[in-house]
Design a protein around this ligand. Structure first.
Ligand code: NOJ
Length: 557
């Protein structure tokens, strides 16, 4: 059962709950099918809340559940106020929120701000003439020559950010698929319309939003149309609504940009509460493949300080490709050759694989990487299925490779659905290594040494050691490049947690400089085993197993 102290923390801990929360990303379509039609649904998520509570999750992030033609996993919204019929109804959402909150679990929604579907009635109206009431709700131009410095993001399928609309005999602007026209935020009515959407869902009980594609809201000639001042101004407007009307809600910005740009999305603590740490994520994979802590240490050194009351969101994988936009050309080539030697696994600027196949299903590497995202500065965001080391299907198009049904049991359809297998939105994984007969929640719950049970244990340590969530961070010097060592601590408190990681495939000795904590006794946090005292020179010697890690509390003797 869940530690009652954690539940109190989760729902009573006012405005900064997200700094200590563990997030879990749910692709509703692939999670659990409660209605038996072959698609996951909201009631399916509700019925799995006991599992998520057991695992130790604090906050669910639901991928878009709105009405949509589903040409981009729901990121093509045709009505912000209704739920996709295959997912259920607004009443089902209310029930999910109630049931989650009863268990001390918060829920955030994905808010697709930047664009709508071309099936949205706003666009249907806008495209009909140049002078209708919605005519400038989107970004129109007579030719496709504008904003040429803005790169195309979906390079696999799009050749331009402009598409011709025969109805209006003009071009419309889109940063993603051509069926996703960008909204025109220069228009105050568009801003108001989106603020109403914000109020509606937060009013219904959501605990915040993941702000999709938050960097692209405005355009300006001669720029890459990303991170523009007007975009920050509008995001601050959303924040002021949240602060005034829903003070415990969190805004998590999806901004795949360099650190010096991402940090601006926190504002002075008056813009987004959280941003994903995109630059860090590929460096973790780089460190694993090069067996060197240096890429990770360098990324951490480049990570800017953020205002008080803010937090990074750190992750290994998500519903998109493992994006390689934030690495150098040389690093990208290396990562492609190391993790995607088969070109069929490449997607846009990245790799369309899940965690387990990326790391050759090496349990030691999976533990190392999870231990990192559970202790580095930020709140960890787990991707559904990674807690059982689910596989993928690289032969499915676009990013569907990593969106196959959750594997609940060895039963038909992996326990995901009672439907005729031919009716499923996607086949479950059936290969001999990752197939649902071998990789599933039920069998891992019953196996004390499974990755699922290990993850649950780690989450409980993370909750117990809250300094891992909101503590300060200090990289420590070591005499071995394979090893990363850092401390997490609170300035106002004597509690210090030491974390040490070996990126090498071979056992490694290391000396860590612990001169700040001479005469303390390191106590290992998983087994509570005391280690030798830190001697006067502060040079602390450890031996780490291949891909091994150790977490200690440095106790005052
Ligand atoms: C980012 C989302 O993560 C991705 O899945 C989507 O395709 C684009 N934004 C466009 O909304």
């Amino acid at each position: 059962m869940l530690d009652p102290s954690r539940r109190t923390l989760a729902l009573n801990d006012e405005r900064t709950w997200f700094q200590r929360a563990v997030f879990y990303e749910v692709y509703v379509r692939g999670f659990y099918d409660a209605t038996g039609d072959g698609q996951g649904d909201i009631r399916g998520v509700t019925s799995k809340l006991d599992y998520l509570e057991w695992l130790g999750i604090d906050c669910l992030w639901l991928l878009p559940f709105y009405a949509s033609p589903w040409k981009d996993g729901g990121y093509d919204v045709s009505d912000y106020y209704s739920v996709h019929p295959a997912y259920g109804s607004v009443t089902d959402i209310e029930e999910l929120l109630n049931q989650a909150h009863l268990r001390g679990i918060r829920v955030i929604a994905d808010l697709v701000l930047n664009h709508t579907s071309d099936q949205h009635p706003w666009f249907a109206e806008s495209k009909m003439s140049r002078d209708n009431p919605k005519s400038d709700w989107y970004v129109w131009a007579d030719d496709d020559g504008g904003y040429q410095s803005a790169p195309v993001i979906f390079i696999d399928s799009q050749s331009s950010n402009w598409t011709y609309c025969p109805d209006r005999e003009q071009y419309y602007w889109h940063r993603f698929f051509n069926h996703q026209p960008d909204l025109n935020y220069e228009n105050p009515d568009v801003q108001e319309a989106m603020l109403q959407v914000v109020r509606y869902w937060l009013g219904l009980g959501f605990d915040g939003f993941r702000l999709d594609a938050a960097a692209y809201l405005f355009q300006a000639e001669g720029t890459c149309c990303e991170n523009l001042p007007a975009t920050h101004t509008f995001l601050k407007r959303i924040r002021s609504v949240v602060d005034a009307e829903f003070p415990e809600a969190v805004l998590l910005a999806e901004v795949n940009q360099v650190p010096s740009e991402v940090v601006n999305y926190f504002g002075n603590g008056d813009e987004c509460h959280m941003c994903y740490d995109f630059p860090l994520m590929p460096r973790l994979f780089l460190s694993v493949k090069t067996e060197s802590a240096l890429p990770t240490a360098e990324a951490l050194r480049q990570t800017p300080d953020i205002p008080a009351g803010c937090q990074w969101g750190i992750f290994l994988r998500n519903h998109d490709e493992l994006t390689l936009e934030m690495v150098t050309d040389q690093e990208r080539e290396f990562l492609y050759s190391a993790f995607a030697s088969d070109p069929i696994s490449r997607r846009n600027v990245g790799i369309g694989r899940r965690l387990a196949p990326l790391i050759d299903n090496d349990r030691r590497v999976a533990e190392l990487l999870h231990a990192l995202i559970l202790s580095l500065p930020g709140s960890p965001i787990l991707y559904y299925g990674d807690e059982i080391l689910m596989g993928d299907n690289i032969y499915l198009g676009d990013r569907d490779s990593v969106r196959t049904p959750m594997q609940w049991s060895p039963d038909r359809n992996g326990g995901f659905s009672r439907a005729d297998p031919a009716r499923l939105y996607s086949s479950p994984i059936i290969d001999p290594v990752y197939g649902y007969q071998v990789v599933n929640v039920e069998s891992q719950m019953n196996n004390p040494s499974s990755f699922l049970r290990w993850t649950r244990e780690m989450l409980s340590v993370r909750h117990r050691e809250s300094v891992l969530g909101d503590g300060e961070f200090k990289l420590l010097s070591v005499d071995n490049d394979c090893v990363l060592a850092f401390a997490r601590f609170l300035a106002r408190d004597e509690r210090v947690v030491l974390c040490v990681f070996n990126f090498a495939s071979k056992v490694q000795p290391v000396s860590v400089n612990l001169s700040d904590w001479i005469s303390r006794v390191p106590v290992e946090l998983l087994g509570m085993t005391p280690f030798p005292v830190i001697e006067d020179d502060g040079a602390y010697r450890l031996t780490l197993a291949p891909y091994g890690f150790l977490w200690f509390e440095l106790c005052v003797a």
